[in-house]
Design a protein around this ligand. Structure first.
Ligand code: PEP
Ligand code: MG
Length: 768
């Protein structure tokens, strides 16, 4: 038997996670096993609740109509023999065997081999897994270890997920109450969300402090005023200690400005604030609700003030309040404490700022009940190489703090307190994956060139100085995007020109001769700066964001431009402007740039006078008038993350519409093709940037369009390079012709997955 058990369990789990109806699940499992192992028949017989009879519950190969009809005593037939002896039974020409029992209409007479293996988990007999083949040679006694191993894993999996229990129960319930549709509990120990990265992680579950807000705090009578006051006192004290520690860590992250945190500290030290909360407790409120009352009152008060600076303080108060609340609720403050052991963080959502604060060795994985595929938190998690799963519904009902959790980010599955068998299986998968990645690492210094010689330049998208290590590790040709807003997310004020220059110079030097594309700040959307005078917007991605903010805060923008220009003297920097939606914006930017260059020249400050400038094409409207802009800029970067969201009107951060966020939508494909064609006509270099650049289905289309530059998350580079090196560009451009005829993203996906080059493992690393 040439099959390896590798990945079978993972796929079986995937099937269980995807389908709620236990009978359907079992049917899909046997079909999958039969197909994967090239076996004619795979059947599952389940021991009924009385423990006396085996019932055929699912089959691939036998007549489906016999499911639930074929049933035997445990001392009957070859299937019963496997159970009786509690050992695998392998027979050639089963009809000649003394224990053979013929079942009319099953079609069994066709098969010349029989293998039955007991399904046992922790001494619980679940049933028998049966394999049959037409050809005598297809399986042999030598395959018993393989199938036994498979049966052990399947038994553990179905027992753990409660699948067989559900089958039995379902029958019972159906016979008692016809038509009653009972909620399946098959998924009680594991959950499925959306896969956005690869990798596995294991650790203790911790909830994020931010996952509990004041909206979840309701009035509750204090049992004892003294105790509540003491709790409040302790929560204030520990919160203050937290802040002091964060201030220490912020320095470690080279973010010197600690004023926000100092403001938080001030509230915590303010006795009158505490006293006011104490008064609510004296009136009989519990500490949590007393805190909520006072925090909400203060927030309202500050929000009404005219002074924008003071108005902003409302968010400081909310943050401080949440911190105290976290302590009252007994949550460890994960924003400060170093995790002492490996943990998986569970949150409804997470901001890029929190993620920067949380990133540390023991943070092994992140599971969000919300989240978008291309949210900046996901992008950051990728750059920190932390597996993340998003959109896991009901996660807080299933996973409790301190549960032991395994997460398989590639399949989007989260396991709660998994049994030994599943843990072992995941250890094996993990080591296989790391071996596969090690193999890919030999590509580091090889070019991304197709079999017919089409060369693709591969860029890295980065956000922090430390990401430059990943650029080296994964062998990027250049840096296609450096998001300058990331290092400044937790600051109180905009960084000065000097501070920025210092950072940009270091990063340009670290690029070590590679081109580095520095993008001016793309604040707004899901990246809020605490110090900006911005009220909460109804549609932040359509609002005050990115270059719009820069052009309204011209001094700040000019500081950044000067800092980048000065850094350009130390390497090969390029300047990139995000979210361009009008020709006027580009004209204004060019004017500012000209003035700032002139200013530096006058001051005899060195910079690269020929620095290239480019714009991000991510607002669809600009594409219609792109031809008017191309002469005044040097290059184009297609920002697929935003282009998809704006083109399809699908918020990239909203899990409710995540299924609509699809770069394979024909409108997206057609639009990107238009941009590439236009740039080619005008001789302008164009690079495809964003998460779609690492999506293998998209990569095949982009190459078919003739795109010769892709910039992506560094960790995706080896897989994409390996993929490109197996492709033939001419075939891809023919294939693109067919794809352009498709009407829906699903049709495109289905068409692509029929292509030989999309073998299963590759598609797994394609996250859409
Ligand atoms: C994009 O929009 O595709 C992009 C690369 O930029 P960001 O994800 O930072 O918006
Ligand atoms: Mg963008």
């Amino acid at each position: 038997m040439a099959i390896s058990p590798s990945g079978i369990l993972e796929n079986v789990l995937q099937i269980i996670a995807e389908s709620g109806d236990p009978e359907l699940v079992l049917d899909r499992i046997v079909t999958y096993i039969a197909q994967t192992c090239h076996i004619d028949v795979c059947s599952v017989y389940v021991l009924d609740p009385s423990g006396n009879r085996l019932i055929l519950k699912a089959t691939q190969g036998l007549e489906k109509s016999t499911v639930d009809k074929i049933s035997m005593n445990i001392n009957e037939g070859l299937t019963g023999l496997a159970l009786e002896t509690m050992a695998p039974v392998f027979v050639i020409n089963p009809s000649k065997h003394e224990r053979y029992k013929f079942y009319k209409d099953s079609g069994e007479e066709l098969y010349s081999t029989f293998m039955g293996i007991p399904l046992v988990y922790h001494q619980n007999i679940l049933g028998v897994l049966v394999f049959q083949t037409v050809e005598e040679k297809t399986i042999s006694r030598k395959d018993i270890p393989f199938f036994s191993n498979l049966a052990t894993q399947i038994a553990a999996t179905v027992a753990y997920t409660g699948l067989l229990e559900n089958l039995k129960l379902q029958k019972k319930v159906t016979s008692e109450k016809p038509g009653d549709s009972r909620e399946s509990s098959a998924t009680k120990n594991f959950l499925k969300g959306l896969s956005v990265t690869s990798g596995f992680a294991e650790g203790e579950a911790v909830y994020s402090r931010n996952s509990i807000g004041f909206d979840q705090i309701h009035p509750k009578q204090a049992l004892d005023v003294k105790t509540e006051r003491e709790r409040l006192e302790v929560a204030f004290r520990t919160s203050a200690e937290d802040i002091k520690k964060i201030i220490g860590r912020a320095k470690e992250l080279s973010m010197e400005d600690t004023a926000i945190l100092e403001a938080h500290l001030m509230y915590l030290m303010d006795n009158s604030f505490k006293k006011k909360i104490g008064r609510h407790i004296d009136q009989g409120e519990c500490a949590e609700f007393a805190l909520k009352k006072e925090i909400l009152f203060h927030m309202e008060f500050f929000k009404k003030l005219n002074d924008p600076y003071l108005r902003e303080r409302a968010s400081d108060i909310e943050d401080t309040g949440k911190r105290i609340l976290g302590h009252l609720l007994g949550q460890t403050n994960h924003f400060v404490e170093k995790f002492e052991k490996p943990v998986i963080l569970f949150a409804s959502d997470i901001s890029p700022v929190d993620l920067v604060n949380l990133n540390q060795e023991n943070l092994k994985g992140i599971v969000l009940s919300k989240g978008g595929k291309t949210s900046h938190a996901v992008i950051l998690a990728k750059s920190f190489e932390i597996p993340i799963i998003i959109g896991v519904k009901g996660v807080f009902n299933v996973i409790q703090e301190k549960d032991h959790v395994i997460m398989d980010a590639s399949s989007g599955i989260v396991f709660r307190n998994p049994p030994e068998e599943i843990r072992k299986e995941y250890d094996r998968l993990k080591s296989e994956q790391s071996k596969a990645f090690d193999k890919l690492s030999v590509l580091k210094n090889k070019p991304a060139v197709t079999t017919d010689g089409f060369k693709v330049t591969i860029g890295a998208n980065i956000g922090l100085l430390s990401d430059m290590d990943l650029v080296d590790k994964y062998g990027a040709d250049f840096i296609g995007l450096y998001r300058t807003e990331f290092p400044f997310l937790i600051r109180q004020t905009f960084p000065s020109e000097e501070e920025q220059f210092d950072l940009y110079k270091r990063i340009v030097e670290k690029a070590n001769g590679r081109i580095i594309t520095i993008r001016t700040m793309d604040i707004g959307g899901d990246k809020f700066l605490n110090h900006l005078d911005s009220e909460k917007e109804a549609n932040p991605f359509l609002g005050w964001r990115s270059v719009r903010i820069s052009l309204e805060n011209e001094d700040v923008f000019r500081d950044q431009i000067r800092a980048i220009l000065r850094a350009s003297a130390f390497g090969k920097a390029r300047l990139l402007f995000p979210m361009i939606s009008t020709v006027g914006e580009v004209r204004k930017i060019i004017e500012i740039l000209r003035e700032e260059k002139h200013f530096l020249q006058k001051g005899k400050v060195s910079f690269d006078a020929g620095i290239q400038i480019g714009i991000m094409v991510e607002v669809p409207g600009i594409i219609r008038i792109l031809d008017r802009l191309l002469d005044s800029i040097d290059f184009i970067s297609i920002g697929t993350n935003d282009l998809v969201q704006y083109l399809l009107a699908v918020d990239r951060n909203n899990e409710k519409v995540a299924h609509l966020y699809n770069p394979l939508h024909p409108a997206v494909i057609g639009t990107i093709l238009d941009v590439i064609r236009l740039c080619r006509q005008k001789g302008k270099p164009v690079c495809i940037c964003g998460e779609a650049a690492a999506n293998l289905a998209c990569v095949s289309l982009f190459l078919g369009m003739g795109a010769d530059c892709l910039s992506m998350n560094p960790a995706s580079i080896p897989v994409v390079k390996n993929f490109i090196r197996e492709l033939d560009q001419k075939n891809l451009s023919e294939m693109l012709g067919e794809v352009l005829k498709k009407d829906t993203a699903e049709e495109v996906q289905a068409f692509l997955s029929k292509n030989a080059f999309f073998h299963e493992d590759l598609l797994k690393s394609s996250f859409f």
